[in-house]
Design a protein. Structure first.
Length: 245
């Protein structure tokens, strides 16, 4: 009996019997059999066939490389990664597979290795795209406009917008555009869609401050820039006596 000590390197990555990089073979059909590598299952006429784990690994590599020579070293590396084994172990696994599949299913290439000889039909599934992180909700708080008759509440209006921005920035899972970026549009006449596109946000919060006598009114509105529609609005009236504004 030919005995040979073989030191197996780590198993090489599986190679698909397809040149299409966008699909992955999910099963291989040959004769009355279907090989399902991911499920580690061989099926014949709808029933599972018992195959040892080493023989299964050998079969998968041979099928993946159907019609090509697969060397003994490659088969050792797949079925016995990192182990020293006798050459007869591989011959026994091939013999077990021939008993299941038929004597002509696997051809011996003398002194070199084996070749899977049966005609194959492969089933494919689209390769899964890389997982991506869901986009966070995003909002820009624009500088509030001073609509007071005297136009003397700009400092208060800016401070109020900054307070709102700071409060929203503390909301977990919400992306809030910086004050510097949002306030760069102050005094301009850009439409909401343009502002949202330039800042990369869906939501825009804008507001106004109006002081009359001892009363002050703050009006706010939340706009969905993707639809150019008002999503929410509110008005707040306060007595400013005793307030430092």
């Amino acid at each position: 009996m030919n005995r040979r000590g073989v030191r197996c390197p780590g198993a090489p990555p599986a190679r698909l019997a397809s040149n299409n990089n966008n699909v992955t073979a999910t099963s291989y059909r040959f004769g009355s059999f279907e090989l399902q590598p991911q499920q580690r299952r061989l099926v014949a006429a709808g029933k599972a066939v018992e195959v040892g784990p080493r023989a299964f690994d050998v079969l998968v590599l041979l099928v993946e490389r159907a019609g090509e020579l697969v060397t003994k070293d490659e088969l050792f590396a797949r079925a016995w990664p990192g182990l020293v084994v006798e050459e007869n172990n591989l011959a026994q696994q091939v013999l077990a597979l021939r008993r299941i599949l038929g004597s002509t299913a696997i051809a011996t290439i003398p002194g070199r290795g084996y070749q899977f000889s049966m005609a194959l039909h492969m089933a494919y599934a689209p390769a899964s795209p890389p997982a991506s992180q869901p986009a966070l909700p995003s909002i820009a708080v624009m500088p509030f406009e001073d609509l007071s008759a005297e136009r003397d509440q700009e400092f208060f209006a800016d401070g109020l917008a900054e307070e709102v921005l700071g409060a929203l920035a503390r909301v977990q899972g919400l992306r809030v555009v910086s004050r510097t970026s949002a306030f760069s549009f102050k005094g301009g006449r850009c439409d909401i869609a343009t502002i949202a596109a330039k800042l990369g946000v869906r939501w825009v919060l804008e507001g106004s401050v109006r002081k009359s006598g001892e009363r002050i009114r703050v009006a706010t509105q939340l706009i969905d820039a993707s639809a150019d529609a008002h999503a929410w609005s509110a008005t707040y009236d306060r007595d400013v006596r005793g307030m430092a504004i």
